[in-house]
Design a protein around this ligand. Structure first.
Ligand SMILES: Nc1ncnc2c1ncn2[C@@H]1O[C@H](COP(=O)(O)OP(=O)(O)OP(=O)(O)O)[C@@H](O)[C@H]1O
Length: 545
C-alpha cells in the first residue's frame, strides 16, 4: 500500500510539472516499451530460427537490417506453417553463419522473400507491414508487431495442438503504438495463451528494474492508456498486472481512481459538468441553505472535502458561494414580495372602507338634495297658489304728486285695504265724496321701489311658467311712463317696473342653473290705433300695419 501511494505521488508530480513534461515522460516510456518489444522479437527469432548474430539489446537499425533480406522471416513462418512460403531465395551460406550485416545477393531477390512472407502472414491473419518498411527504420514498430504476432501464433498453435481445440480470439498484441496497424483478430489464438505470451513479451524478458521503478512504469503505462488511448485499454496490460502480483492490481485500482479524479477532470471537463454527484450535493446544500441566513459565513469556512469537484484544487468554492448568494437574494425577494402583498392587501381593505364611507356620504347628500328639490318645488307651488289667491287680475292705483301747490287736494282718504276716498271741492260733501276700491292704492309719496315690491311676486311667477301682464292706464300726464320706465336719464333708484322686473328675471335665471331660460324683450307703442316698435331707431319702420 505504501508503494502504491508513492507511485501515485510520482505520477501526480509529473502531471503538475505541466503538459510538456508529461508528454516527454510518455514519449520516453513509449520508446522504452518499443525497445522491450524489439528485444523480445529478436530473442524469439534467435531461439526459433537460429542465431541472428545480433547483440542482446539491438538497435532499430540493427533489427531492421537483420530482417531486410526476408530469409529469417520466411524461415520462421515456414517453420510454423510449413509451405507458407514455397520458395525462399537463399544464399549459399548456411543460416547459422548468416549474420544481419551479410547481404551477398541482389536486393531485388531478397525483396521477393519479404513480399512472399507478407503474403503468407496475411493469409494467417497476422498484422503485416509494407515491404518498403524494412528500408525505413522509422517503421520498425510494425515489423516488431508482425514478428511478435508470429511468435504468438506459433505458441498458440502449439497450445491448441496440445489441448486439441482452436478458439477465435482478439489479437494479443498491444495496439497502442503510435504507428500501429489496425487490429486483426487471430482465428486460432486462445485468450489465455495470448495474455500469457504478451505478458512474457512485456515483463518476463525486459531488463530487471527495481520495485519503485516498476511501479512508476506501470503508472505511466496506465496513465497513457487511460488518458490518451483509453478505448484500447484491453486485457493485455490488465493481464500483465494481474499475473505479476496482487499489489499491482490494487495499484491499478488506485491509479484509476486518481486518474478519474484528477487527470480525467483536466482532459474531459465536459464529463465533470455532467456529474450528477455535484448536482446532488448542490441540491442538498440548497435545501439546508433555505433555512439559514448565515450560511454564507459557513461556506467561506468549508474545507477541501466540502468543495465541489470542479473546484477541488481551489482554496474556495466559488460555485457554492455564488449559489448561496443567489439563494439568499431569492429568499430576500420572497420576503419582500410577501411583505408587499400584505401591504397591498391592507391598502385594498382601507380603500374598500373609504369607498363605503364615501358612498354613504354621497347617498346622504343625494337624499338631502332630493329633499331640497322637493321642498323648493313645494314652495313654488305654494307660492303660486298664494298668487292665485291674491287674484289673477289686480288693479293698483298710484296718485301722482301735485305740481301746483295752490291747487286743491281732492284725495280725502287712502286706506290700507285699497280704498280711496275723493272729495270734489266744487260739490257738497255729500254729493262730492266718492269712494273707490283697488287692490292697493299708492299715495303721492310712494316710491318706485314701493310699487315694484307689490308686483314682484307676479314677475317671479313668470319663471315658473305663468303668464303675467302688467300695463298702466290713465290720462295724459298722469304718470304712466314714469311708473313703468322711470324718468329718462334718472338714477337707478327711479327705475320703473320694466327695468326692475328684467333685473329680477336675470337674477332668478342665474340662481336656477338647472333650468334653461330664454328671455326676449319687445317694446311697442299703440297710439291712434297704430303699433310702433320703440326699439327700432327708424321711425318709419316702427309702425305695424
Ligand atoms: N309719481 C310721480 N312722481 C313725480 N313725478 C311724476 C310722477 N308721475 C308723473 N310724474 C311726472 O309727471 C309728468 C308726466 O308724467 P308722464 O309723462 O309719465 O305722464 P304720462 O301719463 O305718460 O303722459 P302721456 O300719456 O302723455 O304719455 C312727468 O314729468 C313725470 O315726471
Amino acid at each position: 500500500m505504501r508503494k502504491k501511494q508513492e507511485g501515485c505521488v510520482s505520477m501526480d508530480d509529473s502531471s503538475r510539472n505541466g503538459l510538456h513534461g508529461f508528454s516527454l515522460a510518455l514519449a520516453s516510456r513509449k520508446a522504452e516499451e518499443a525497445a522491450w518489444r524489439r528485444y523480445e522479437a529478436v530473442r524469439w527469432l534467435d531461439s526459433f530460427v537460429g542465431p541472428l548474430g545480433l547483440p542482446n539489446q539491438p538497435s532499430e537499425v540493427e533489427f531492421i537490417s537483420c530482417l531486410r533480406n526476408g530469409l529469417i522471416l520466411c524461415n520462421a513462418i515456414n517453420k510454423i506453417q510449413p509451405g507458407a512460403v514455397p520458395k525462399v531465395v537463399d544464399n549459399p551460406c548456411p543460416l547459422q553463419s548468416l549474420t544481419w550485416d551479410s547481404q551477398p545477393l541482389p536486393a531485388y531477390q531478397y525483396f521477393e522473400n519479404v513480399r512472399n512472407f507478407l503474403v503468407a502472414a496475411k493469409e494467417l491473419n497476422l498484422p503485416t507491414f509494407e515491404a518498403s518498411d524494412l528500408e525505413r527504420d522509422t517503421f520498425e514498430a510494425k515489423v516488431v508487431d508482425c514478428v511478435l504476432a508470429l511468435k504468438c501464433f506459433h505458441e498458440s498453435k502449439q497450445m491448441s495442438n496440445e489441448n486439441g481445440f482452436h478458439k477465435h480470439v482478439k489479437s494479443p498484441l498491444p495496439l497502442h503504438s503510435s504507428n500501429r496497424m489496425h487490429p486483426r483478430p487471430l482465428s486460432t489464438v486462445s485468450l489465455d495463451s495470448c495474455r500469457r505470451l504478451d505478458m512474457s513479451a512485456t515483463c518476463e524478458k525486459r531488463p530487471p528494474v527495481g520495485s519503485e521503478e516498476l511501479e512508476e512504469l506501470i503508472v505511466k503505462s496506465l496513465v497513457d492508456s487511460l488518458v490518451q488511448e483509453k478505448e484500447n485499454f484491453d486485457g493485455n496490460l490488465l493481464a500483465s498486472l494481474r499475473n505479476r502480483d496482487k499489489d499491482a492490481v490494487t495499484l491499478f485500482q488506485s491509479i484509476v481512481s486518481v486518474c478519474s479524479n484528477e487527470l480525467l477532470q483536466e482532459n474531459f471537463p465536459e464529463k465533470i459538468k455532467c456529474d450528477t454527484t455535484l448536482e446532488d450535493e448542490l441540491k442538498e446544500r440548497s435545501n439546508s441553505l433555505a433555512h439559514s441566513n448565515t450560511i454564507l459565513d459557513d461556506i467561506s469556512d468549508l474545507d477541501s472535502s466540502q468543495r465541489c469537484r470542479a473546484c477541488f484544487k481551489k482554496k474556495s468554492c466559488n460555485h457554492r458561494q455564488l449559489f448561496c448568494i443567489q439563494e439568499r437574494e431569492l429568499l430576500d425577494l420572497k420576503a419582500l414580495l410577501s411583505k408587499t402583498k400584505g401591504e397591498f392587501h391592507d391598502l385594498q381593505l382601507q380603500l374598500q372602507r373609504d369607498l363605503k364611507d364615501l358612498e354613504s356620504e354621497v347617498q346622504e347628500l343625494s337624499n338631502a338634495a332630493l329633499g331640497y328639490h322637493n321642498v323648493v318645488k313645494e314652495n313654488r307651488s305654494l307660492y303660486n297658489i298664494v298668487q292665485d289667491l291674491k287674484g289673477n287680475i289686480r288693479v293698483y292705483c298710484r296718485v301722482r304728486p301735485s305740481f301746483n301747490c295752490l291747487s286743491n287736494n281732492v284725495i280725502e282718504f287712502i286706506g290700507e285695504d285699497g280704498s280711496l276716498v275723493i272729495l270734489d271741492p266744487l260739490k257738497s260733501k255729500k254729493d262730492g265724496r266718492k269712494v273707490f276700491r283697488f287692490n292697493r292704492v299708492f299715495g303721492p309719496a310712494a316710491k318706485q321701489d314701493d310699487v315694484f315690491k307689490d308686483i314682484q311676486p307676479l314677475i317671479r311667477s313668470v319663471m315658473d311658467g305663468y303668464n303675467v301682464c302688467i300695463f298702466a292706464y290713465g290720462q295724459t300726464g298722469s304718470g304712466k311712463t314714469h311708473t313703468m320706465n322711470g324718468p329718462s336719464g334718472g338714477p337707478d333708484k327711479d327705475f320703473g317696473i320694466n327695468y326692475l322686473a328684467l333685473n329680477d328675471l336675470f337674477k332668478i335665471q342665474n340662481v336656477r342653473k338647472d333650468i334653461d331660460y330664454e328671455i326676449n324683450v319687445q317694446m311697442v307703442e299703440i297710439y291712434n290705433e297704430q303699433v310702433r316698435d320703440l326699439l327700432v331707431a327708424e321711425s318709419s319702420n316702427t309702425k305695424y300695419p
